[in-house]
Design a protein around this ligand. Structure first.
Ligand code: F6P
Length: 550
C-alpha cells in the first residue's frame, strides 16, 4: 500500500463542520449535559483489561464524536495504522519503518520487515537480556573484586532515560531489594557526581544507553564514569562493569565496550518509543524478566485493541480526537497530565517528550506548511501536590486547560486512610473543574455577609467550571497496566500526528541548538574570541569568561 500524499486537512468540509459545531456548542455547559443525561458516564466511558477511560467530563456530544471520527476517516487513519503495523517506511524524512509495536509481539507472531522477520530478532535480544539480568539479579554477575552488583547506573538522555526511568519508578513495588537502579541524564556534572558519591565502584554496573551512541551528554557522562571507576580498578575490569545499549555497534566498540556486552535494537525504534527494547534493561534489572514481559504484554494488549477496535470504542483514538477537539477547534494551547500516584510522578515528563518531540512540528510529512496549531504544550505534576501548586489557575484562571487525571484504584502502599484521601481528592478535582460553582451556591456560603464585603468576595468565590478532563482509572499500577498506559499515549500521539499530516517519528527541531552548542563550546576557552553572534549571545559568552573560575 503506497503512502498517499496528505489531503489538506484544514480544507476539508469536515474541518469546516467541526469549526461550525464548536461555535454552535461552545456555550453548552457540561453541568447541563450531565443533568439531562443520567447515562452520560456509561455512554462516554470505556474499559479494557482493568483500565477505565472516563471521557464523559468533556465538552462533547455524540455529534462531536461523529464529526471527529469523520475527520479521522478523511485523514485515512485506518490506512496509516495499517502502514505502521505492516512496517512501511512511514518515517519518510529518515526513510525508516516505525515498529515499536513489534517489540511487544509474542514469540509466536511474525512480522517481515524488508524480507526479514523482525520477531525472532526481537526475541533473540530479549533472551540475551534475560540471561544477563538474571545473572545480575541472582548475584552471579560478579564485579572486579568478586562481589555481586548492588547498584546499576543508566547513563542516557531523552528517550534513553525517561521511558525506563518512569517505568522503573512506577513499578518500585516489584523491584528486587538490594539492587538499586539509578538514572543519570544531565551533562551537568552534579547529576553524575551526586549519584556516584554514594556508590562503590566494585559493586556498580553502568549501562551506557544511547540509540545513536553519538549524544555528547551521554558520552561525556560515560567517560567520566569510566574515569571514576578506573580510580580503583583496571582497564581489564571494565568488561564486568560497563555494558551498552545502542543501534551503533562500531561506536560502542570504539568506546571500548566489548560487543558481547552490547544489547542492540533497530533503527525502526524511535528513541522516545524505545523503553520496550533493550533500552528497558534497567527496568528488567529492577523488576526481573517475567515482570518486564508482563509490561510488554500490556503494551501488546493495547496494540491489539488499537488495531482492531472501531474508532468510536478505541481508547487511543478517542483520547487523540478529544485532544484535537480542544487543541485545534478550541485553540487550547496546553494539555496537563496529573497522575495521582507518586510512582508515576515523572510520567508527565515522559509524555512531554513523547508528544512534543513527535508532534511539535510546523510542516507536514512532505514539507508542506501547516496552517493550523499542532502539538500542544504538555505539562503536569503528580496529585495531590499539583492541587497546592497550580490548580488555582485551572479553576479560576482565564485559560482552557484540558487535563488527564490518572488514578490507580488500589495502592501498593496501603497506609491508613491515605489512598482513600488521594482518590477523594482526584475525583473532587474533576468534579469541581466540570461543575464549577454558581452564584446561588456561593451566596449560600456567604449568607453571613452583606454590602461591600459581599460584593468583594462573591466574584472570588465563583468557579466557572466547564473545564474538561479525562480520567484514566487503573485497577492497580502493575507491569501489565503500565504497559497499557504507555502504549495508550504512544498511539494517541500517532493518531494526532496522522490527522495533522505530521511525521511523528523524526525530530529535526532538536538539531539546531546542538549545532550551535558545538560552535560555542571552543569559544568558551580562555583566549578564544567569540565568533559571529548577536550582541546578547556574544555578551553572555564574554560574561562567562570573565566570571568563570572566580
Ligand atoms: O536530541 C533528541 C534525541 O535525539 C531524542 O530523540 C533521543 O531520545 C535523545 O536525543 C537521546 O538520543 P540517543 O539515544 O541517541 O542518545
Amino acid at each position: 500500500m503506497a503512502a498517499p500524499r496528505q489531503t489538506d486537512i484544514n480544507a476539508t468540509s469536515v474541518w469546516a463542520k467541526l469549526h461550525q459545531h464548536q461555535r454552535a456548542t461552545r456555550h453548552m455547559h457540561m453541568r447541563e449535559l450531565f443533568d439531562t443525561d443520567p447515562q452520560r458516564f456509561q455512554r462516554f466511558s470505556l474499559e479494557l483489561d482493568g483500565l477505565l477511560l472516563d471521557y464523559s467530563k468533556n465538552r462533547i456530544t455524540e455529534r462531536t464524536l461523529e464529526l471527529l471520527i469523520e475527520l479521522a476517516n478523511v485523514a485515512d487513519l485506518a490506512g496509516w495504522m495499517e502502514r505502521m503495523r505492516g512496517g512501511e517506511r512511514i518515517n519518510v524524512s529518515e526513510n525508516r519503518a516505525v515498529l515499536h509495536t513489534a517489540l511487544r509481539l509474542p514469540e509466536t507472531a511474525s512480522l517481515p520487515v524488508d524480507g526479514v522477520d523482525a520477531v525472532p530478532e526481537v526475541h533473540a535480544v530479549l533472551r540475551r537480556l534475560r540471561v544477563f539480568s538474571d545473572k545480575v539479579r541472582g548475584g552471579e554477575w560478579l564485579g572486579c573484586d568478586g562481589q555481586a552488583i548492588r547498584d546499576v547506573v543508566n547513563l542516557g538522555i531523552g528517550g534513553s532515560d525517561l521511558g525506563p526511568l518512569v517505568v522503573k519508578e512506577a513499578l518500585a513495588a516489584y523491584a528486587q531489594p538490594g539492587l538499586n537502579v539509578h538514572f543519570v541524564s544531565n551533562v551537568d556534572g552534579q547529576h553524575l557526581a551526586r549519584t556516584l558519591e554514594r556508590l562503590n565502584p566494585a559493586t556498580t554496573l553502568f549501562i551506557i544507553a544511547s540509540k545513536s551512541f553519538t549524544t555528547p551528554e551521554t558520552l561525556l557522562n560515560a567517560q567520566a564514569a569510566r574515569q571514576w571507576f578506573l580510580q580503583s580498578a583496571t582497564e581489564a575490569d571494565i568488561a564486568r562493569h560497563f555494558v551498552a545499549v545502542s543501534t551503533n555497534a562500531p561506536a560502542v566498540t570504539a568506546f571500548g565496550i566489548d560487543p558481547e556486552h552490547m544489547f542492540g535494537f533497530w533503527d525502526w525504534v524511535g528513541g522516545r518509543y524505545s523503553v520496550w527494547s533493550a533500552i528497558g534493561l534497567p527496568v528488567m534489572l529492577a523488576i526481573g524478566y517475567d515482570n518486564f514481559r508482563a509490561f510488554l504484554d500490556g503494551g501488546h494488549a493495547m496494540d491489539r485493541h488499537f488495531f482492531s477496535a472501531p474508532f468510536a470504542a478505541n481508547m487511543p483514538v478517542l483520547l487523540a480526537l478529544i485532544g484535537i477537539w480542544y487543541n485545534t477547534f478550541y485553540r487550547a494551547h496546553t494539555h496537563a497530565i496529573m497522575p495521582y500516584d507518586h510512582g508515576l510522578r515523572r510520567l508527565p515528563a515522559h509524555i512531554q517528550q513523547l508528544d512534543m518531540e513527535s508532534n511539535g512540528k510546523r510542516v507536514g510529512r512532505y514539507g508542506e506548511a501547516l496552517d493550523f496549531d499542532t502539538g500542544p504544550v504538555i505539562w503536569g505534576e503528580e496529585g495531590a501536590n499539583s492541587q497546592h501548586a497550580f490548580f488555582q489557575l485551572l479553576h479560576q484562571g482565564t485559560r482552557l486547560v484540558p487535563c488527564d487525571f490518572i488514578l490507580p484504584m488500589n495502592s501498593h502502599y496501603p497506609l491508613g486512610e491515605q489512598h482513600h484521601v488521594l482518590v477523594a481528592n482526584c475525583l473532587a478535582q474533576t468534579e469541581a473543574l466540570m461543575r464549577g460553582k454558581g452564584e446561588a451556591e456561593a451566596m449560600r456560603e456567604l449568607s453571613h455577609l452583606s454590602g461591600e464585603q459581599l460584593d468583594m468576595l462573591l466574584p472570588q468565590k465563583l468557579f466557572p467550571g466547564n473545564q474538561p478532563s479525562n480520567t484514566l482509572a487503573l485497577d492497580k499500577v502493575t507491569p501489565y497496566s503500565m504497559g497499557m498506559l504507555m502504549a495508550l499515549y504512544e498511539h494517541k500521539v500517532f493518531v494526532q500526528g496522522v490527522i495533522w499530516g505530521i511525521n511523528s517519528f523524526d525530530q529535526w527541531g532538536v538539531e539546531y541548538g546542538k549545532q550551535l552548542a558545538r560552535r560555542i563550546l571552543p569559544e568558551l576557552a580562555p583566549g578564544c574570541e567569540p565568533g559571529r553572534h548577536d550582541a546578547s549571545t556574544a555578551g553572555l559568552i564574554r560574561h562567562f569568561k570573565e566570571r568563570h573560575g572566580k
